[in-house]
Design a protein around this ligand. Structure first.
Ligand code: ATR
Length: 398
């Protein structure tokens, strides 16, 4: 079967190569002209590519390369494409590429997307990207347009610093759109990295070896990430939750920009009664800063013992049901079940999540003043950009 042609974005030694899989053999094109035909994919040629594909997993990469080099010592390029079962597999691939700049290495699948985006940072000679998504030849391929317009792929180079989002799930986050726009012209790229708490240790071990300079952290990792950091900003420490990480001067430091962003989005809270739904990382951050700014805070949570523990820690009140309020914040970031009567005409209701939930719609219909999640999102993200502003130079690097 003929795979759709792929368009490579980078030129190697001013040579444009194109690899086309024709089922029985592969053809390599240079600037559109056929330069190499390899029937059994073993002939050592002028500019041959020897490739290894593994659609199941990402085995130890060094061993794969050694075997390819022994079997095909005269090949010009070695290509290794393996299935990413986790973001950690993709970081293993990037760390491997960092030591073998001429290898065309990538991880396939959703969890491998970051290896395709970051390829130019590691000297990968070219990357595979279809012109249209329906022409995709492998799982996880982004189109040429996505690579260029969202990730500024053609501007990435060996000096580019990596930023990203960790947590799970991440599909609703607009982080890649917001942050890549903000990073334009600063030589940074931002990628989404779905991650479980059990993967944090290998993740940080590898991230420290790679040009990572900053992370956004979302649920459920805002508290779990803390043991892997060298240092906490006093506000993050007091809150006990981190949503921003900075890699700087060989230290990994955690910050929290959630609370300040939520309160800035709401406006003046001094002397106002603020009911916060939830007792997780987001609720904790918002409650902490609200108390600092003089609000009268009450925590309400599905698991009442957690509401009680948080209220005791922050020295505020908790309640089993929603009491009268001036400001009601849904800090659970999920579509929680609710009773219509909780909404009071004219009062402020804020949704921390980015999707418009039935909770928000019902509050709006009841005449509440809505503060949308995007208002908090853009403020916390802008503050993350401020925290990352100083990490681009090598002197400040990790
Ligand atoms: P985050 O870091 O974004 O705050 P989290 O730490 O996972 O996320 O916290 C999620 C919060 O949403 C918790 O307060 C959780 O309530 P429990 O403590 O009872 O688990 C709340 N939550 C999640 N699903 C909920 C649901 N269906 N109804 C009500 N609350 C829910």
């Amino acid at each position: 079967m003929l795979c759709a042609p792929v368009k490579q974005l980078i030129e190697t030694d001013a040579v444009e190569l194109q690899e086309i899989d024709r089922g029985t053999h592969k053809e390599i094109y240079q600037n559109g002209k056929l330069i190499f035909v390899d029937d059994d994919w073993q002939t050592a040629g002028k500019r041959s590519i020897v490739s290894y594909h593994n659609y199941q997993e990402t085995p130890p990469l060094e061993e794969i390369l050694q075997k390819l080099q022994i079997r095909h010592p005269h090949s010009a390029f070695y290509k290794i494409a393996t299935q990413a079962r986790s973001t950690v597999d993709s970081l293993r691939m990037l760390e491997f590429l960092q030591r073998h700049p001429k290898v065309i290495g990538l991880c396939m699948g959703e969890l491998g997307i970051l290896t395709r985006i970051c390829a130019p940072i590691f000297g990968v000679p070219w990357m595979y990207a279809p012109l249209k998504s329906e022409e995709s030849t492998a799982p996880g391929q982004l189109t040429v347009q996505e690579l260029k317009e969202i990730y500024h792929f053609d501007q990435l180079n060996r000096q580019t610093k990596i930023f990203g989002l960790i947590g799970n799930p991440l599909h609703q986050s607009p982080g890649h759109l917001y942050h890549n726009r903000a990073l334009q012209g600063k030589n940074g790229v931002y990628v989404k990295m779905p991650l479980q708490a059990s993967e944090l240790e290998p993740f940080f071990t590898l991230a420290k070896k790679l040009p990572f300079r900053g992370l956004s952290v979302t649920a459920p990792l805002k508290e779990a990430v803390i043991p892997y950091l060298d240092e906490l900003d006093p506000l993050a420490e007091a809150i006990g939750a981190v949503n921003t990480v900075v890699f700087k001067e060989r230290r990994v430091k955690g910050y929290n920009t959630d609370g300040g962003a939520a309160l800035d989005a709401i406006g003046d809270v001094k002397g106002k009664k603020m009911v916060i739904l939830g007792a997780g990382g987001a609720a904790r951050a918002i409650a902490f800063v609200a108390l600092q700014r003089g609000a009268d805070v009450v925590i309400v949570n599905r698991t009442v013992t957690k509401a009680q523990a948080l209220a005791e820690q922050l020295q505020c009140r908790f309640c089993e049901t929603v009491p009268p309020y001036d400001i009601l914040v849904n800090a659970t970031s999920v579509a929680i079940p609710f009773e219509e009567k909780v909404f009071i005409d004219g009062k402020v209701v804020m949704e921390v999540g980015l999707t418009v939930t039935n909770f928000q719609k019902a509050a709006q219909e009841a005449g509440c003043q809505i503060v949308e999640g995007i208002e908090m999102y853009t403020r916390q993200a802008a503050e993350q950009q401020n925290l990352w502003a100083s990490v681009f130079s090598e002197e400040n690097g990790y």
